[in-house]
Design a protein around this ligand. Structure first.
Ligand code: NAD
Length: 351
């Protein structure tokens, strides 16, 4: 038997269409389109790219966006002033502060300042607290957990009465997904790095949500027959390229440029990326790499593919439903940012 593959791309498409319809109805009735304000601090390229994708997704469903870019050296009070202004701006429905923030900023203080009504990432303590309370409703819940629940619902999972195991307890994913499942009458076990007998606990799960960020840690023999498996993890799998012996020169800026040994003398092909050195090897990744001398010979690890926390090939023979990575939970996260933004516009209408 092979599990049904949960198609997050298709469900996300459906969610986006629902949002587009809600936005169109608002505008037809004379109300303003929802507006998402994004706050990006610093020069992190991945963050800038995430913000661009969020703006694009908003545009596709008729949500307006306004991007605020602050410099890497922005002070705590500059960021806080901007967030306060956005809280007060009547045309701003939702505020998204792109994480991570540069290390000198106090993330908690900034996130706490976003008004709970405009907190479309669901990270304000009031929203997290309301989610945890019986008979209370948060203004917003984090997008990825909402996406996980929608996938379970779309594919007919019986949540009430089930035993759900959530591996991971972050504010962003593990804890809110556990709260949502609990609020839907599942019996929930939350596992983390100190959990004993993880495999044993996972084997008792009717619904297993993996949000640990550890590549392919769950094998088929750790999963109950016919379980629903939701894999939130996004992990890079790196493979060694022994043939790629490189000469490396440290350039200014945040990147290193690696030359193939046999081509560098001719000024030939260059590979650009961020390199990190261990004793003998290097791989494209972090920006805190130690100094590399021009003549250092290194070998290169290449990013081969993206993997979830679940070994898909092994688990698909045991589970009844499983999300792939990519194409499972990932597309749902942005889709639910759109849902939260249109919700935020409606919350503001009611104020
Ligand atoms: P995090 O690092 O903040 O939290 C990880 C949690 O997993 C922690 O609570 C930790 O205790 C637990 N954990 C780590 N290793 C474990 C182990 N070996 N056994 C048991 N528990 C373990 O990460 P996060 O922000 O919650 O994200 C989790 C994963 O989900 C990451 O891979 C992240 O990239 C991914 N993610 C995906 C999306 C998406 O849209 N698909 C969104 C957010 C996060």
């Amino acid at each position: 038997m092979t599990a049904t593959i949960i198609d997050g791309t298709a469900v996300a498409e459906k969610v986006r269409a629902e949002v587009a319809e809600r936005v169109a109805k608002r505008v037809d009735s004379g109300k303003s389109a929802p507006l998402l304000a994004t706050v990006l601090v610093g020069n992190d390229r991945a963050s800038a790219s995430y913000v661009r994708s969020k703006h694009k997704a908003c545009a596709e469903v008729g949500i307006e966006t306004r991007g605020y870019q602050l410099s890497e050296t922005a002070t705590q009070s500059e960021v806080e002033r901007l967030v306060s202004e956005l809280n007060e701006a009547p045309d701003v429905s939702g505020i998204l502060v792109q994480l991570p923030l540069p290390a000198h900023l106090h993330e908690h203080d900034i996130l706490d300042l976003v008004s709970a009504e405009k907190d479309v990432d669901g990270l304000h303590p009031m929203n997290i607290g309301l989610l945890a309370m019986k008979d209370r409703e948060p203004f917003h819940t984090a997008c990825t957990p909402l996406g996980c629940i929608r996938l379970l619902e779309e594919y007919g999972a019986q949540i009430a009465g089930s035993h759900a195991v959530v591996v991971g307890r972050s504010n962003l994913v593990g804890s809110p997904v556990a709260q949502l499942l609990r609020n839907m009458d599942a019996t929930v076990t939350v596992c983390h790095t100190h959990t004993q007998d993880l495999a044993e606990i996972c084997r008792t799960a009717d619904i297993l949500v993996m949000a640990a960020g550890v590549g392919e840690m769950i094998e088929g023999n750790m999963v109950k027959l016919d379980a629903y498996v939701i894999d939130v993890g996004i992990n890079d799998v790196w493979v060694d390229h022994p043939a790629d012996t490189l000469y490396v020169s440290a350039e200014t800026g945040d990147n290193f440029v690696a030359h193939r040994a046999d081509e560098s003398e001719k000024g030939g092909r260059r590979k650009q990326g961020v390199l990190q050195l261990s004793t003998e090897k290097a791989w494209f990744k972090a920006d805190d790499a130690p100094e590399i001398s021009k003549e250092d010979k290194i070998s290169l690890f290449r990013k081969a593919r993206m993997a979830g926390d679940v070994n898909f090939e092994s688990v698909k023979h045991v589970a009844s439903h499983i999300t792939p990575v990519p194409g499972g939970v990932g597309p749902m996260t942005i889709a639910y940012l759109l849902v939260n933004t249109v919700n935020a516009a409606e919350i503001l209408d009611a104020c």
